[in-house]
Design a protein around this ligand. Structure first.
Ligand code: SAM
Length: 223
């Protein structure tokens, strides 16, 4: 009897530990293998994938690429690979731009590894310069470039201004059914999206999900 109690006392914390881990694990299964945990982005990634299907997206733009490939699903998000995979499955084209050679090299490695090269093009450039030259209608715009800071207010402002500038440059390439997702919004100071979201809300955009990421579509596309 005592041995059974001792075994139970040993096993209980292990069971609790793995149960908590399981509950906290936010996968995009079956779209992505179960082992990848997308944490706070799962809700918005899942809804975006659904919208991409429904709206038959063909052109995707991401600012700020997945520098760590699929290694950073919990931290950076790994959006280049997630939406790149969707692009491959749906014969769409994704363009991801990044100012850092290191980031582009890191992303390219995983793009090649996943055999997404024909569907994901990585551009080494400042996002503002790249967006100025992009001249096709955009179905899905993902803003996630200029790194934000939890503490440094100057960096916060610069990041927010940068994301607003990105949006303003590319705004006229967005259409009735375009989808916009902005990363790192649920942070002190309002996150990357604070300024651009305020701008969008005055121009007929509606927030579909307001979480760590903010997902927006045009109000007219909902009627
Ligand atoms: C958070 S990471 C992007 C993560 C990626 N979207 C993902 O889901 O894994 C931010 C990236 O933005 C890039 N970046 C910063 N400023 C930029 C700029 N002005 N133009 C383009 N990329 C920029 C950084 O080099 C970095 O690789």
């Amino acid at each position: 009897m005592i041995i059974k109690i001792i075994i139970a006392l040993i096993l209980l914390p292990v069971l609790i530990h793995y149960s908590i881990k399981f509950i906290k694990h936010k996968s995009l299964y079956p779209f992505m293998p179960f082992k990848y945990n997308f944490r706070r982005r799962r809700i918005t990634f899942a809804k975006t994938l659904k919208l991409l299907d429904e709206r038959n997206a063909k052109v995707i733009i991401e600012t700020g690429t997945s520098r760590k490939g699929l290694k950073a699903t919990k931290t950076d998000g790994a959006a280049t690979i997630v939406f790149g995979k969707w692009a491959k499955q749906n014969n769409a084209q994704m363009h991801s731009v990044d100012i850092s050679e290191h980031s582009v090299k890191g992303a390219q490695k995983e793009v090649n590894n996943q055999q997404l090269q024909d569907f994901v093009k990585l551009h080494l450039n400042d996002s503002l310069e790249f967006l100025k030259t992009f001249n096709k209608p955009i179905d899905f715009l993902y803003l996630d470039s200029y790194d934000y800071s939890r503490k440094d207010v100057k960096i916060q402002k610069k990041s927010q201004e940068h994301h607003l500038k990105e949006f303003k440059i590319i705004e006229d390439k967005l259409h009735r059914n375009s989808i916009v997702l902005i990363d790192d919004c649920g942070l002190p100071g309002g996150g990357k999206g604070k300024t651009v979201i305020a701008y969008m809300l005055e121009r007929g955009w509606k927030i579909l999900i307001n979480a760590y990421q903010v997902l927006l579509v045009k109000e007219e596309s909902l009627s």
